[in-house]
Ligand binder design. Structure first.
Ligand code: ADP
Ligand code: MG
Length: 229
C-alpha cells in the first residue's frame, strides 16, 4: 500500500519557486487501477515521480509498505525502485540497439538472485501476454509506437513489482492504439493483481481507470471512484 501524506513539492527555477504540489494526500491500496488526471502542468509527473522514489517531497511523506521513503538513502531508494516498482514512460525509453527480448532482460541487470531459466520463463511469457511473440528479435526501430509500448509494459512487469507507474503512457499513440494499450494494462492488473497508477490529460484514457484522482494546480480537485456494484 502507498500513502502520500500532505505532500508539497517546490522546484527552484532561477529566483522563482514553482509550487508543483501544494498539499496532496492519497492512499492507494494494492491491486488498484488508478489514474491521475488533469491538464498539463497540474503536477501529475511530479506526483508519480515522488511515488516512484525518483524524487523527494519538499514537505510531507510518501510511505510505501509502512516505510517512509523520505528517510532512505540513495541505495535503499534504488532497491525499492528495482524491486517494487515498474515504470512505463510516454516515450517508451527502449534501448535502440537491443531487441525486444534483450530490452526486457535488461531490467534484471541488478538482480543477482534469479536463476536464468526463471528469467527466461518470465520474459517469454510476458512477451506472449502483450502479443509480441513473433517480434522477439525485432529492434525498437522495427516496431510501431503501440508495439514499443507493449514492450515497455512487459518490461515493467517482468520483475513482478507491486506497483506499475505509467506517466502518460498513451501520449504518443493514436486513439485506437491508446485503447489497445489501456486494455492490455487492465488485463495485466486483473491477471497479476499488480497495482497500476497512470497519468493522462485525456478524458477518454482516464475513463479506463477504476479510480480517477483529478489534479488541478498542484492539489486534488476531485476524485471519482467507480461503482463496483
Ligand atoms: P504535469 O505532469 O501535470 O504536466 P508536472 O508535474 O510536470 O506537471 O509539472 C508541475 C509544475 O512544475 C509545472 O508548472 C512545471 O512547469 C513545474 N516543473 C516540473 N518539473 C520542474 C523542474 N524540474 N524545475 C522547475 N519546474 C518544474
Ligand atoms: Mg507530465
Amino acid at each position: 500500500m502507498i500513502s502520500v501524506q500532505n505532500v508539497t513539492k517546490d522546484y527552484k527555477l532561477g529566483k522563482t519557486i514553482v509550487k508543483a504540489l501544494r498539499g496532496v494526500s492519497l492512499d492507494i491500496e494494492n491491486g488498484e487501477f488508478a489514474c491521475i488526471s488533469g491538464p498539463s502542468g497540474c503536477g501529475k509527473s511530479t506526483l508519480l515521480n515522488l511515488i516512484g522514489c525518483l524524487d523527494k517531497p519538499t514537505t510531507g511523506k510518501v510511505i510505501i509498505d509502512d516505510e517512509d521513503v523520505g528517510k532512505l538513502n540513495a541505495n535503499q531508494l534504488a532497491e525499492i525502485r528495482n524491486r517494487k516498482i515498474g515504470f512505463i514512460f510516454q516515450s517508451f525509453n527502449l534501448i535502440p540497439v537491443l531487441n525486444v527480448y534483450e530490452n526486457i532482460e535488461m531490467v534484471f541487470m541488478s538482480w543477482k538472485d534469479l536463476p536464468k531459466e526463471e528469467m527466461n520463463k518470465r520474459i517469454t511469457s510476458l512477451i506472449e501476454e502483450v502479443g509480441l511473440k513473433d517480434y522477439l528479435k525485432h529492434k525498437p526501430g522495427e516496431l510501431s509506437g503501440g508495439q514499443m509500448q507493449r514492450v515497455s509494459i512487459a518490461r515493467a512487469l517482468v520483475t513482478e513489482p507491486q506497483v506499475v507507474l505509467a506517466d502518460e503512457p498513451t501520449a504518443n499513440l493514436d486513439s485506437k492504439t491508446s485503447k489497445i494499450i489501456l486494455e492490455i494494462m487492465v488485463n495485466m492488473n486483473n491477471r497479476h493483481d499488480t497495482t497500476f497508477i497512470f497519468s493522462t490529460h485525456d478524458p477518454i484514457v482516464s475513463e479506463y481507470a477504476k479510480r480517477e484522482i483529478n489534479l488541478f494546480d498542484g492539489v486534488i480537485k476531485s476524485e471519482i471512484i467507480e461503482d463496483r456494484n
